[in-house]
Design a protein around this ligand. Structure first.
Ligand code: DGL
Length: 278
């Protein structure tokens, strides 16, 4: 079921699964007037360990669906998709799909501000293997803050821990401490830790328990919401092309019951999804 509501021009928000709801929550709270479609590609998630080609192919397919549904603007709330698919979509696919349409990610808005948090000029980035190996964060952060040293750590167990509702458990403590010790062991002067994965905000309390109190732990949601608000102020034509009825529709490519149960935890409000066949 993927009926386009005639006349509706929502903002599309995409993630590989439920995780992007942590980002969407902040966007919907900041800009409640717009209409939104959220799509989680749960049937093919996680994206974290997949190749560039696969992440591009899956993400592009979902972006095309958003366009078909009338979205002039799509936000890739997923770090892995932003790291591995966004550039190709922006530079190659949009020419064919509609140059007036826009697809934005979460890495650039975060890179633009993260250097303002650090006093030591040592920032730690925690993400999936895909995000870390793409080097997108060090490259983007150094464009805006050349003096900042970026130290990355892949945390491949953290997404499965969250997805399996183990984020409050002793097992979570073990893997969180292990990866944080590895990162801070490489560079003890890190004073800012960026949660560069949609799932990690659910682990924020535990992460804070395992780092010294002066270390700032930064989640992306409000940074991305600030940036989108600013983007729409600067791009009035885009802003006025979006419909504003305050509606939200959730879609998942997998089981809707599962999405609704997990999605409600990530979003913090009741989620009722529609199934989309890909
Ligand atoms: N949404 C992904 C990200 O932010 C995490 C889950 C996945 O690996 O698909 O990197």
């Amino acid at each position: 079921m993927d009926m386009h509501l005639p006349g509706s021009r929502p903002i599309g928000v995409f993630d590989s699964g439920y995780g992007g709801l942590t980002v969407f929550k902040a966007i919907a709270a900041r800009l409640p007037q717009y209409d939104y479609l959220y799509l989680g590609d749960n049937a093919r998630s996680p994206y974290g360990n997949r190749s560039f080609d696969t992440v591009h192919q899956y993400t592009l397919q979902c972006v095309e669906w958003f366009f078909k549904m009338g979205c002039p603007l799509v936000i890739l709330a997923c770090n892995t998709a932003s790291a591995k698919a966004l550039r190709t979509i922006q530079q190659q696919d949009l020419t064919r799909l509609g140059p007036e349409k826009r697809v934005l990610g979460v890495i650039r808005p975060t890179a633009e501000v993260i250097g303002n948090y650090t006093l030591t000029n040592h920032v730690g980035v925690l993400g999936t293997k895909g995000t870390v190996n793409s080097l997108s964060y060090p490259i983007e952060i150094n464009k805006f803050f050349p003096e900042v040293h970026v130290h990355q750590q892949a945390c491949p167990m953290w997404v499965p821990l969250v997805e399996n509702n183990e984020y409050g458990s002793k097992g979570a403590d073990y893997f969180i401490k292990k990866n944080l010790d590895e990162l801070l062991g490489k560079q003890p002067d890190i004073d800012t830790l960026l949660l560069a994965c949609t799932h990690y905000p659910l682990l924020i309390d535990k992460i804070k328990e395992h780092v010294p109190p002066h270390v700032k732990v930064v989640a992306q949601g409000s940074i991305v919401a600030d940036s989108l608000e600013d983007y729409l102020l600067r791009h009035k034509k885009m802003a006025s092309s979006l419909t504003q009825n305050g509606s939200i529709r959730f879609y998942t490519t997998d089981d809707t019951e599962d999405f609704d149960r997990q999605g409600t935890v990530f979003f913090g409000n009741e989620v009722k999804s529609i199934h989309l066949h890909v």
